[in-house]
Design a binder for this molecule. Structure first.
Ligand code: VGL
Length: 206
C-alpha cells in the first residue's frame, strides 16, 4: 500500500488573510490537519492555483462573482486570486516549503482556462496536468485529500482521482474548509455518491 497525501490549493488567497480575494472561513487554520494527514502518507503533493491578473473570468467586485459564463473552460466569474508574485499565491502559514513536497502542480495560468480539479488544465478534462500519471508511476494505492475549498477544488480533484478507478480516495474533512455551507454540503454528497470516502478523521485510512 502506498499512500499519497494531497494538499489542494492551501493558499492565502483562499483565507481571511486575503479578504479581497476568496476568503474561505478558517482557510488559514488547516495546516495542522494537513501536516497530520501527511504523517500517515509516503508521498506529499501540493497543488496551487496560479492565475494571471487578467483572465476571461475575472470581475472587479465580489457582488459580480458566481455569474455563469458561456465559455467551455471558464464556467463562472471570480475576482482575481492566486496571482503568482502576490501574497495570495503563497501557501498558508504552517506548511512545509514548496521544495519539501514530492510533487507540485500549478493550474490555471492560461487566461481562458479556469480549472478546479488538479488533474486537468481544462474543464473539459482533455489536457492532463500529469498528476494522475505521476501517482500511477509511484504505484499509489490510497490518496488522502485535504485543502481549499471543499466545494470547488477539493471536490473536483477528488472526483477526478476517483473516476480513474485506480485509487482509494479519502477526503479528510478536518483538513478542508468550504466557501459556502450549502455548496459544501452538496459537495460532500456528490463525493460520497461517487464512492469517495468522506471522513471527519483519519481512522478510514487503516
Ligand atoms: C477555488 C473557487 C475559485 C478553489 C478556486 O480552489 O476551491 N474556488 N477558484
Amino acid at each position: 500500500m502506498t499512500i499519497a497525501a494531497i494538499d489542494v490549493d492551501p493558499q492565502r488567497t483562499f483565507s481571511p488573510l486575503c479578504p479581497d480575494e476568496l476568503p474561505v472561513p478558517e482557510g488559514d487554520q488547516i495546516a495542522p490537519a494537513l501536516n497530520a494527514q501527511a504523517e500517515l502518507a509516503d508521498l506529499r503533493i501540493l497543488t496551487k492555483d496560479a492565475h494571471p491578473p487578467q483572465a476571461v473570468w475575472v470581475v472587479d467586485s465580489h457582488d459580480k462573482m458566481l455569474q455563469p459564463l458561456p465559455h467551455p473552460n471558464a464556467n463562472l466569474t471570480w475576482v482575481a486570486h492566486a496571482v503568482p508574485g502576490t501574497p495570495g499565491f503563497k501557501t498558508i502559514p504552517g506548511l512545509p516549503a514548496v521544495t519539501d513536497y514530492d510533487h507540485v502542480i500549478w493550474k490555471g495560468i492560461e487566461p481562458d482556462l479556469h480549472p478546479y480539479g488538479a488533474c486537468f488544465h481544462d474543464l473539459e478534462e482533455r489536457l492532463s496536468t500529469g498528476l494522475i500519471e505521476w501517482l500511477d508511476s509511484q504505484k499509489v494505492t490510497t490518496i488522502l485529500v485535504g485543502g481549499l475549498a471543499t466545494d470547488y477544488c477539493v471536490k473536483t480533484t477528488a472526483l477526478q482521482l476517483q473516476q480513474t478507478g485506480n485509487f482509494k480516495v479519502i477526503v479528510n474533512l478536518s483538513a478542508c474548509r468550504g466557501i459556502a455551507p450549502d455548496t459544501t454540503e452538496q459537495a460532500c454528497a456528490d463525493m460520497q455518491n461517487a464512492g469517495i470516502i468522506v471522513a471527519t478523521d483519519l481512522a478510514a485510512v487503516r
